[in-house]
Design a protein. Structure first.
Length: 551
């Protein structure tokens, strides 16, 4: 029985779209648990100083993990492992584990003593209590990047073996650990229990990913100076672009939190909640395709199949556009319903809902662009073209941070833009509205960066003309879907009470279903190629029974 269960989780998956949909399914489950996690936090604390400290405490450990990807990046490890036999794989993994462990522990020790000085500088708007809580949580969370780094090394083996089911299981267990911390550790240990949940989640994340490593441990040997140096060079140099890009993203999120701390208490919490909500479609669609695509692209480039490489990249982008456009319109139209249904409980007030909904709508505008950037970045890494993703990602992060900082100052000190934003998002009497400029600046920069990526990739490799048609068809069908959902809200508004959870859920779900039906109908009338591809794939996976044969 146990062997059968393990065989399900460790089975090999070869097809790109099949792998993407498997990852999407597990990612959806993981995101559902993430929403349960956020609802738990919203219920217990609301958008206030406690959660501000909790979310701010993640920023330093996350930057540490981004730095440590120099040693654990799957973008370097997957191609290296793919090109070696099992014995050489074990040798490489042993060297990488030794180097990573040594550096990770040293960095954690140094940061343990320096965090009390870093936190007041990074979050200048925090109160004394918030600063103390942030320091405590940040110190305890330093175990997270070490554990996630070990998990990332193991995940490289999983991706090479194309065992995507167990790869996708790890984030689910991570969220389970965090929920345990909020529900069981916090009542006993106080705010430190929240960090304890994060550590437990990271342990579970690593434990799930470590299963495929057992088959390689017999080939691991004590590192020699020569082999260790060679392995570090082999891994660190190709990983540097990914580490820089990831570090830039984490520094950007740190900058956003620091900027938000200058406004009112609870703004960091609302910003984090909205970012997490927009990450659901980003993870389920964009990241699932990107994770499934990278090993395939690395294999195609290793074989010299440039045509197949280009075809797979643009096919992934077309399907991302196809799925993400309607998600954007539904989020924008149903933003208040989404936030209130998911987070609107306990200490999470109506003002918290309105501010978080406005922030969510602004983040959602760039969902396609964020997903496309993931695809193009992986395509360049697979092609061993590292300079382009470094330049685009780092430049975008820098511009977004500057735009957010000066935008918040401008909106906070000037009546006209603040009034325009408050009227547009209906948050005129909600504190902290200047923070809306943060996700708005982020989305605008991401949209520009995605077009820059597309232009550079098309010039370097090729452009597939079908992508433009997909963009137009998806835009048209999504606009009709959004208009249908909005019309349904206006129709049901007088009939269903929005003061109750059931009424709000019924109203939002009804509008969403009507929008979905309108989206599919429009795609069918416009003869969407992606809709036909999905229908054909489903028919292949679940063929109709042959009644004549049964007879």
């Amino acid at each position: 029985m146990v062997r059968r269960i393990l065989s399900i989780f460790t089975r090999e998956i070869r097809g790109l779209h099949e792998a993407a949909y498997v990852l999407a399914g597990f990612s959806l489950l993981s995101q559902v648990l993430a929403l349960v996690r956020d609802r738990t936090f919203a219920h217990l604390f609301g958008a206030g100083p406690v959660l501000d400290a909790y979310f701010a405490a993640f920023r330093i450990p996350d930057i540490v993990f981004a730095f440590l990807t120099l040693f654990v990046s799957s973008f370097a490890l997957v191609p290296l492992l793919s090109a070696r036999d099992e014995k050489e794989q074990g040798k490489l993994l042993g060297n990488v584990l030794f180097a990573f462990g040594t550096v990770a522990v040293a960095v954690a020790v140094v940061l343990w003593f320096t965090i009390p000085r870093l936190v007041p500088f990074l979050f200048p708007g925090f109160s004394k209590d918030a600063l103390e809580n942030t320091v405590t949580l940040s110190r305890l969370m330093l175990a997270q990047p070490v554990l996630l780094g070990l998990s990332s090394i193991a995940s490289s083996v999983i991706q090479v073996l194309r065992r995507f089911v167990i790869f996708a299981l790890a984030p689910i267990l991570y969220n389970v650990g965090i929920i345990i911390g909020a529900l069981f550790f916090y009542p006993v240990f106080g705010i430190s229990g929240l960090a304890g949940g994060v550590v437990v989640g990271a342990v579970l994340h690593f434990a799930a990913q470590a299963i495929p490593l057992f088959g390689h441990t017999r080939h691991m040997v004590r590192p020699s100076f020569a082999s260790l140096g060679s392995s570090i060079i082999d891994v660190a140099i190709p990983s540097m672009p990914r580490a820089l890009a990831l570090s830039a993203q984490q520094v950007l999120l740190l900058a956003f939190a620091g900027i938000a701390s200058l406004t009112v208490a609870g703004t960091i919490s609302a910003l984090s909640f909205s970012f997490n909500l927009q990450s659901v479609p980003l993870t389920v669609i964009g990241l699932s395709y990107a994770a499934a695509l990278f090993p395939a692209l690395a294999a195609l480039m290793a074989k010299g199949d440039t045509d197949g490489f280009i075809r797979e990249v643009w096919a992934s982008i077309r399907h991302i556009i196809f799925w993400t456009f309607p998600a954007i319109t539904m989020i924008v139209v149903l933003r208040a319903h989404i936030v209130r249904v998911i987070l609107g409980t306990g200490a999470f007030s109506w003002n918290d809902t309105r501010l978080t909904a406005a922030l969510l709508a602004c983040f959602a505008l760039s969902l396609i662009s964020q997903s496309v950037i993931l695809i193009f970045s992986r395509a360049y890494y697979a092609a061993h073209e590292t300079l382009t993703p470094i330049m685009v990602n780092v430049s975008a992060a820098l511009v977004a941070a500057l735009a957010a900082y000066y935008g918040v100052i401008w909106v906070g000190s000037t009546d006209l833009p603040r009034f325009f934003i408050e009227v547009l998002f209906r948050v005129g009497d909600v504190p902290g509205t200047p923070a809306i400029i943060i996700p708005l600046a982020y989305s605008l920069v991401m949209i520009v960066a995605s077009f820059v990526f597309a232009f550079l990739f098309a010039r370097k490799f090729a452009y597939e003309s079908r992508t433009g048609n997909t963009l137009l068809v998806s835009f048209a069908s999504s606009v009709i879907a959004g208009a249908s959902a909005y019309g349904t809200l206006q129709l049901l508004g007088p009939l269903l009470p929005t003061a109750t959870f059931v009424g709000l859920l019924t109203q939002g779900a009804s509008a969403g279903i009507v929008g979905l039906v309108a989206w599919i109908a429009t795609l069918y009338l416009l003869k969407s190629a992606e809709l036909e591809e999905i229908r054909a794939m489903l028919h292949k996976q679940f063929p109709k029974p042959d009644l004549l044969t049964r007879q």
